[in-house]
Design a binder for this molecule. Sequence first.
Ligand code: AMP
Ligand code: MG
Length: 510
Amino acid sequence: MPHPNADRPEAPPPSPALPAGALPRFEQRHARELPGASVPWRPVPVARPALLFLNEALAAELGMDAAALRGPAGAALFAGNLVPEGAEPVAQAYAGHQFGGFSPQLGDGRALLLGEVTDRAGRLRDVALKGSGRTPFSRGGDGRAAVGPMLREVLVGEAMHALGVPTTRALAVAATGEWVYRDDRLPGAVLTRVAASHLRVGSFQFFAARGDTGRVQQLLAHAVARHDPELAGLPVAEQAARFLERVARRQAALVARWMGLGFIHGVMNTDNMTISGETIDYGPCAFMEAFDAGAVFSSIDHQGRYAYANQPGIARWNLARLAETLLPLLHADPDAAVALATATIDAFPGWYEAEWRAVWRHKLGLAEPFDDAGDTRLAEAWLRLLQEHAVDFTRANRLLADAAAGDDAPLQALFAASDGGPAGLAAWLVHWRARGPRGPAALRAANPRVIPRNHRVEEALAAATAGDLAPFEALLAALRRPFDEAPELAPYAEPAPPALSAGYRTFCGT
Ligand code: AMP
Ligand code: MG
């Protein structure tokens, strides 16, 4: 089915109304509580809204009527043609360090926050559009997004969610029926994204760069109310200090989870690091196949700044940028403020290391009593082995379950097929067994079989771009069962043929 894209946008069709009660009540907490942090703005209507994806489970979680959203009114809503009642969309302002260089004004150049809704569990969640047209922050951009990158956010975000990693999530993707022009002419789409919030390190940098300490303090109060309500009543200096620590600990936990999955975010700019601790912005990200601590996939990351092994250090660097924005709140004496901030930033590596060790204890099935130094050495030795042999990271970890069941043959075969041969594996397994690993079921629950393999993602997105959603839907269904041994998932568990994984590059697709 070819995409009926228009070359010159035609008049958008009239939008059918949503049935009453199809959506929860929208609030405007961000817009109201943070004057100066956003601009009221409307999505630009598109020619031919058509729903490509609806996350029914997430819709239900948000108290939305998924059946009603499947119809033409849902397509209009998720394309930005129909602004829900009570929503007052805004483009959020933020700044950010991109690849180390500071931009005092980035902001939602192609996104809009529709507002916040309270989900069934009582949590406040942001609902935002991405690809909804130009805004005052668009700079040279067209404000639009293509089908491929928006469906990529669905695939990787849903995979992360199924893997238990904190993440923003895709609620829907609607085709626009309009072309967007990148290197190629591509069908356009709008993503609806749900997040604990869209506050980023760059949100704080926006006001700090303007020397507006009052607004930084307002933003702190708003962020605390949303993410750290336990800190709400504290004096501001103590609140700022404890908030910085909370954000740092959330990032330590998040990045440790990424590392345990071989996930490379690819664009860890300060505007892409959340305050909530959720992963955001699945642009040039990738899961590595053959283990390489230096792996970089992004075509725009020329220096390897955001390589796999650099991610914890970059998280710390970004947190130092957040700390800088809080200095005037931390202490009236600038030297004392710097000392407080530095103490937290210097504590980050220890927090990260503890999270990393917990991740690897889980993955290697190490039970109590724990031995910090010994467990770290065992995990590091395993990673050295994976690196020396360049074996598939996900497969190698998964096959530990077979080894735990007494069958080393699959792991031996994986290593035997590598450049280095099986050397070193047997000795490591002896150390591992001496540590008394848990049984195969525990190891299978800790090490996924199905991850979004790059060749599968590319194949699904290419088909979707050409109008065939079947491979996308099949891949999504598999990604929602990452730990499942079911035989029908085997095609999604296989590494890419070497010719495809060699030189694999991701593009921002903006
Ligand atoms: P990202 O790399 O996607 O996090 O985006 C970095 C900045 O570029 C943000 O301010 C985005 O809003 C902006 N941006 C990215 N793509 C576009 C686009 N097509 N049109 C306008 N702004 C964009
Ligand atoms: Mg971004």
